[in-house]
Design a protein around this ligand. Structure first.
Ligand SMILES: [Fe+2]
Length: 409
């Protein structure tokens, strides 16, 4: 499922980190640490302490570029374990929900995604000007998003992947909202609750309107004070939402707890396990998933399947493992809009899922990886009994210089 990596990359418990080691991956989402990049040489003890203080429990080092450690696990071994867990999830049959034909929902979803992005952008501008959030504007929008996802989630969900560097903050809120609807629906929550969870998702980061742009988009390591101010966006979200008439407890939980971590290393209240509400635990998973799959100026987004693998890995400490499994089931191992490689050597974009056959979605095939040229686009259903092809693994649009905007949505 993943490409092999050099065996010089190893995972170590943070207690073994020493100056002279080369960190390959801090092993937490970029929004949870103040560094510009994930890889750097650990120059002194101060940097070791700084990494420990982030709540990192394990991290990857490159033993080809720095010191080795005796008790280290090769990255390949970790990946094999994650692939096996993913395969187990895929083998658990699910019931396919009733839905309308994808083609009938696509235009509607496209309009809705545009509308939602504009509403959130306007809302953040209003908050900056000291105005209140108008629930009369938020509620009907969220209702429409819930309706669209209930009709056929494969229309709206892939559009969430299409972000530009400058529209991240508001499009991320739209994404978290929509992904939470799919997640909550997969968990079997009732419709009234799903709507409140979705409102929480749409508004979870409103506190960012109170964080200066220079900090939000700083292209260098954040100072301690700046990182504290960045983290303070959660407290600001809580304050804004507490002053919003009509906001529910559920929505407040999503917003106020989306940076709490299952092992108690999150913020603002260092809540642990069951102290974090179900909605806060869900919000944390979806928030990180969307963040790490999105391109930012200094962070390249991961392919969705790779991101789900990281969530599974991090669920050892940071997330509720059962909920991460449920999340993977709700959006699929190869989420709609992902680029996949088939065993025939062709590349294609996942167009529609089959909940009961997670490894065999409907795919729009359009490129030949070995011959390196575009093919006439052809839609194939891997679940069709006569289909000879199957998925070999996920791929990265950038690596093939394929523009996702042309093929997704
Ligand atoms: Fe946040």
């Amino acid at each position: 499922m993943q490409t092999p990596t050099p065996s010089s990359i190893k995972k170590i418990p943070v207690g073994l980190l020493r100056p002279g080691m080369y960190v390959q991956d801090v092993n937490c989402s970029w929004m949870d640490h103040p560094f510009v990049t994930n890889h750097f040489l650990v120059k002194d003890e101060k940097r070791v302490m700084e990494i420990r203080a982030l709540g990192v429990r394990e991290l990857y080092i490159d033993t080809g570029k720095g010191l080795d450690a005796a008790d280290a696990t090769p990255q390949d071994e970790v990946r094999r374990e994650i692939d096996a867990s993913m395969a187990r999830i895929a083998s658990e049959a699910q019931v396919e929900p009733e839905r309308v034909p994808l083609e009938r929902e696509i235009d509607h979803a496209r309009h809705l995604h545009g509308e939602a992005s504009r509403v959130v952008q306007g809302m953040l501008r209003d908050i900056r000007l000291g105005r209140q959030i108008e629930m009369e504007q938020v509620e009907p929008l969220v209702e429409k998003m819930v309706d669209s996802i209930f009709r056929n989630q494969d229309a709206l969900l892939p559009l969430l992947r299409l972000k530009n560097h400058d529209d991240y903050t508001f499009k991320h809120s739209v994404s978290v909202c929509a992904l939470l609807v799919s997640f909550a629906r997969g968990l079997g929550l009732e419709r009234g609750i799903i709507k409140e969870v979705a409102i929480g998702g749409l508004l979870h980061d409103v506190g960012k309107a109170k964080v200066p742009d220079e900090i939000l988009n700083k292209p260098a390591k954040l100072t301690e004070a700046e990182f504290a101010q960045m983290k303070n966006h959660v407290v600001q979200s809580i304050l804004i939402l507490q002053n919003t008439p009509g906001i529910s407890r559920i929505a407040l939980d999503v917003a106020g707890q989306h940076h709490e971590r299952y092992d108690g290393t999150g913020y603002p209240n260092k809540l642990k396990g069951g102290e974090i509400s179900l909605y806060g635990r869900m919000g944390a998973i979806v928030d990180v998933y969307d963040a790490i799959t999105s391109n930012r100026v200094y962070h390249k987004g991961m392919a969705p399947t790779a991101a789900l693998g990281r969530l599974m890995e991090w669920s050892k400490y940071h997330f509720d493992p059962e909920l991460v499994r449920a999340y993977v089931k709700s959006i699929g191992i190869y989420p709609t809009g992902s680029l996949v490689r088939l065993v025939s050597g062709r590349l294609g974009v996942v167009k529609e899922q089959h909940a009961d056959k997670m490894m065999q979605p409907r795919v729009l095939v359009m490129y030949h990886a070995e011959k390196r040229y575009y093919l006439p686009p052809e839609e194939i259903d891997l679940a069709w009994s006569g289909c000879q092809d199957r998925i070999a693994g996920h791929e990265d649009f950038d690596a093939w210089e394929i523009d996702p905007k042309r093929w997704v949505g």
